[in-house]
Design a protein around this ligand. Structure first.
Ligand code: NAD
Ligand code: UFG
Length: 332
C-alpha cells in the first residue's frame, strides 16, 4: 500500500512508519515538525514538510501520487495544556483534522486510521469498552471525539472507511533509534526517567487524593510497538469492516506511584518524588478492555508488562540523554 502518514515525525508516527516500511509498504510522512523530529523519520520514507491546516500544501502532497490510506497522528497531545489553551487545541486538532479529512475525500483516499484517545471516555473504575459513556474531562479528549464524529459523516457521505484507535497511554521505545522525546515533556514515564538521568531533581505527583488504592491516578500503559502493530492490522481489517472504533491498551492499570516504583527498580535510582496539586483535565482511572481490537483486528500485545515497557524506554533514554540530536539520521 501507499500510505500517507500525517504526524509521522512524532513519537508514535515515526515508529509506525518504520513498521510500515518493514512490512513492505511505501510511506510518505507529512509533518510540520512543530513537535516532531526530522531525524526520527526513516530514510526510506518520503518526507514532506507541511501543516495539516495548509490545504494547498496538503493538496500538492496528496495529489502527487494515489494513496491507499492515510494514518493521521498530527495533533497536540497534552491534556493538561488543553485546559489552559483550548483555542490552540481546537484549531490544530479539530480544524487541522477537518482540513486533512476534506482533502482525503477530495483526493479519493479510501481509508483513514485516526489516533483517537482514551481521553474521550468518562473515567471508570473498571476496564472501559468502546460503548461506555463518552465524557471527556479535557478539551484535548473532546477534540478527539469531535473528529471521530466527523469521520462518521465522511463515511456516510463519501464512503471513507475509517478506524478510530483509542490509545491508552503510549509508552516504551525501539532502542537504539526511536523513542519518546516531547518538548516540553509532559508524560509521566519520560519525566521519571529524566530524574533517573539526573536531569531533573524530582518527579511531581499530580494529586494523591483521587479515589484509587494509593490516591494517585491509574493508567493503562501500552508499548508503542504494540500500538504500531494495531495500525497495520487496522489497515487490513478496513477491507472487511468499513468503520472500526477500538481501544488499544493492556487492560492493567498502574498508579503514578507504581510507575515511579517500577522505574526505581529498573534504573537503581532513588527517583525522589513530591506530591503537588492535581493537574486539570486528569480523570482518576483509565484502563482499557481491548477485546474488540483482539477480535476484529487479531491484535495480540507482545510487550504487556509495565516493567518491560519502562525498560525499553530506559534503554532509549540512556542512549539519547538529550533526545534527538541534529546530527542523527533516521534509519533502522
Ligand atoms: P507527537 O507530538 O510526538 O507527534 C505528533 C506529530 O504531529 C509531531 O511530529 C508534530 O510535529 C506533528 N503535528 C502536530 N500538529 C501538526 C500540524 N498541524 N500539521 C502537521 N504536523 C503536525 O505525539 P505522539 O505522542 O506521537 O502522538 C501521536 C498521536 O497519538 C496524536 O494524535 C495523539 O493525540 C495521539 N495519542 C497519543 C497518546 C500518547 O500517549 N502519546 C495517547 C493517545 C493518543
Ligand atoms: N503525572 C504526574 N506527574 C507528571 C506527569 C504526569 O503525576 O509529571 C500523572 C498524570 O497526572 C496522570 C498520569 O501521570 O495521572 C499519566 O500522565 P501523562 O501525562 O503521562 O499521560 P495522560 O494520561 O495525561 O495522557 C496520555 C496522552 C493522551 C492520551 C492519554 C490516554 O498524553 O494523549 O494518555 O490515557 F489521551
Amino acid at each position: 500500500m501507499r500510505v500517507f502518514v500525517a504526524g509521522g515525525a512524532g513519537y508514535i508516527g515515526s515508529i509506525v512508519t518504520q513498521r510500515l516500511l518493514d512490512a513492505g509498504h511505501q510511506v510518505t510522512v507529512y509533518d510540520s515538525l512543530v513537535k516532531g523530529h526530522r531525524q526520527a523519520v526513516p530514510l526510506e520514507a518520503q518526507f514532506v514538510l507541511g501543516d495539516i491546516l495548509d490545504r494547498p500544501t496538503l493538496d500538492a502532497a496528496l495529489g502527487a501520487e494515489p494513496y491507499d490510506a492515510i494514518i493521521h497522528f498530527a495533533a497536540f497531545i497534552e491534556a493538561g495544556l488543553s485546559m489552559q489553551q483550548p483555542g490552540t487545541f481546537f484549531r490544530n486538532n479539530v480544524a487541522g483534522s477537518m482540513t486533512l479529512i476534506e482533502a482525503a475525500a477530495a483526493h479519493g483516499v479510501k481509508k483513514l486510521v485516526f489516533s483517537s484517545s482514551a481521553g474521550v471516555y468518562a473515567s471508570k473504575d473498571t476496564p472501559l469498552v468502546e460503548d461506555d459513556p463518552i465524557g471527556p474531562v479535557s478539551v484535548y479528549g473532546h477534540t478527539k471525539r469531535m473528529i471521530e464524529e466527523t469521520l462518521v459523516w465522511y463515511h456516510r457521505i463519501h464512503g471513507l472507511r475509517f478506524a478510530a484507535l483509542r490509545y491508552f497511554n503510549a509508552a516504551g521505545a525501539t532502542p537504539p533509534v526511536r523513542g519518546e522525546a516531547h518538548h516540553p515533556e509532559t508524560h509521566l514515564i519520560p519525566l521519571v526517567l529524566q530524574v533517573a538521568l539526573n536531569q531533573r531533581p524530582r518527579v511531581l505527583i499530580f494529586g494523591d487524593d483521587y479515589p484509587t488504592s494509593d490516591g494517585t491516578c491509574i493508567r493503562d500503559y501500552i508499548h508503542v510497538l504494540d500500538l504500531s502493530a494495531a495500525h497495520i492490522l487496522a489497515l487490513r481489517a478496513l477491507d472487511e469492516y468499513p468503520v472500526l472504533i477500538c481501544n488499544l491498551g493492556n487492560g492493567a492499570g498502574y498508579s503514578v506511584k507504581e510507575v515511579i516504583d517500577t522505574a526505581r527498580q529498573i534504573t537503581g535510582h532513588s527517583i525522589p518524588a513530591k506530591v503537588v496539586d492535581r493537574r486539570r483535565g486528569d480523570g482518576p482511572v483509565l484502563v482499557a478492555d481491548a477485546s474488540r481490537a483482539k477480535a476484529l483486528l487479531g491484535w495480540v500485545p507482545q510487550i504487556p508488562e509495565l516493567r518491560d515497557i519502562i525498560a525499553s524506554s530506559w534503554a532509549w533514554h540512556q542512549a539519547h540523554p538529550k533526545g534527538y540530536d541534529s546530527d542523527e539520521q533516521g534509519d533502522k
